[in-house]
Design a protein around this ligand. Structure first.
Ligand code: AMP
Ligand code: MG
Length: 407
């Protein structure tokens, strides 16, 4: 049995980003940039006004004050998308709107709130200074400069930045194809009658939804009884179709747990089996020629928590993300917790903000089969390996449960 940290680092050691592909800008959201991107033009591309006002030469305005106002002739009007054809003359000003190019001869823009207008004339009551209210050409980036680095997780702001740089397409890492296989002779799909001894198959649906929440698709979802020949056939098909195969159940030490031996017989190399965590002890991870196999626990809570803590970072790394460590914050524990030492526990909890502090309250229903707790949980409290007691009011580490985030 290995620790959670060891399992995590072994997974990351084996998962390499998939090859890149070119997608159109509108499909680049939530993907990871596969190359550095350089600016082809200066950004901003010209000196632009940052306000609605009047463009002037600051040298002509040095003396202006409320007692000594200075009147300028209104020479021109420049709006965004247009430009002045002639330079400003002495003691002349141009009406200018936000985003319009600053005319030649002007080095500052005075906001319209600080002038008085008369027909054909503008009166300034305060001095202006060079650069006032002007966004300088190239002040953000020079043509040829590095704008975005490979490995960037493309957020809506990332999409906007690619658009700003003029790119209609982006090179991003390919998304993994994922197959889900639930094993268990007791499983019945929702909507079917439940016969004695049977239970509903929730893992197929939970894992499929977890994949979907990350913006990915499952290429194959199957339920298989505990029969080694059938498991082998289905697993072969899954390994053919997918980059990542998620199997639930049949990976523990029971007489009917065939997943591990079937996987090994197909040429999957074991990276680890069993982790000192709760929920999620019977976890198997194996690799085969660029394919990744997760043998997840059958217990539904353990299966989804393992997905969140181990599979999601693997998927993020395959998609090209560099930092995939799940985000952890600290919070005040709402009620005391006890456990045995020797395993890290992830306690389902609700995270709330009270008096500008994070408070985390453990939920009841903590057994590995009790989905009601996980369905309400918004966080997992990390109960460290060797600890046996966490006092109410103490500070604990918490992993927020954002199912739709890559980390
Ligand atoms: P196993 O790891 O196959 O021994 O399964 C552990 C427990 O999880 C058993 O109580 C199974 O009935 C249950 N289980 C296994 N697979 C599923 C599933 N797909 N949906 C819901 N419960 C499951
Ligand atoms: Mg089973």
């Amino acid at each position: 049995m290995i620790t959670f940290e060891e399992a995590f680092s072994r997974i990351l050691h084996h998962c390499r980003p998939l090859p890149s592909e070119r997608v159109c800008l509108s499909d680049s959201l939530n993907r990871v940039l596969a190359c550095d991107v350089y600016a082809t033009d200066d950004l901003p591309p010209f000196d632009a006004s940052a306000a609605d006002g009047y463009a002037v030469s600051s040298a002509d305005l040095l003396e202006a004050s409320p007692e000594d106002p200075v009147a300028f002739r209104l020479q021109d009007i420049v709006v965004a998308g247009s430009r002045s054809s002639v330079a400003l003359e002495k003691r002349a000003t141009a009406r200018i709107l936000t985003g319009a190019p600053v005319p030649d001869g002007a080095d500052c823009v005075v906001m319209q709130e600080y002038v008085e207008t008369r027909p054909g004339e503008v009166v300034f009551v305060a001095p202006g200074y060079p650069g006032d209210n002007i966004r300088r050409r190239g002040s953000e980036l020079r043509a040829g400069a590095l704008a975005l680095r490979s490995g960037l997780h493309i957020s809506p702001a990332g999409v906007a930045m690619l658009a700003t740089l003029g790119l209609g397409q982006a090179d991003v890492y390919r998304r993994p194809r994922i197959a889900v296989m639930a094993t268990g002779s007791e499983l019945v799909a929702p909507g079917q009658p439940l016969l004695p001894g049977q239970i509903r198959d929730s893992n197929s649906f939970g894992l499929m939804a977890a994949v979907k929440a990350l913006g990915l698709q499952t290429v194959r979802v199957v339920t298989v009884p505990d029969d080694p020949a059938l498991i082998k056939n289905e697993l072969k098909l899954c390994l053919d179709d997918a980059d990542v195969v998620l199997i639930s159940g049949g990976v523990s030490v029971g007489d009917r747990d065939y997943v591990k031996e079937v996987a090994l017989s197909l040429g999957v190399r074991e990276v680890f089996w069993r982790i000192s965590i709760k929920p999620g002890k019977p976890n198997f991870f194996g690799v085969m020629e660029g394919k990744y196999l997760f043998g997840l626990p059958g217990n539904p809570v353990a299966s989804l928590v393992s997905f969140h803590l181990l599979v999601r970072p693997a998927i993020a790394r395959l998609m090209g993300l560099i930092d995939v460590l799940p985000l952890r914050i600290t919070a005040t524990l709402g009620s005391e917790l006890r456990k045995k030492h020797g395993r890290t526990e992830f306690v389902r909890a609700v995270l709330a903000s009270e008096a500008q502090q994070w408070i985390v309250k453990p939920l009841r229903a903590q057994d590995s089969n009790m989905m009601s707790g996980l369905a309400q949980a918004t966080a997992l409290i990390v109960f460290p390996l060797e600890a046996e007691y966490l006092a109410a009011g103490g500070v604990v580490e918490v992993i927020p449960l954002y199912w739709n985030e890559l980390r």
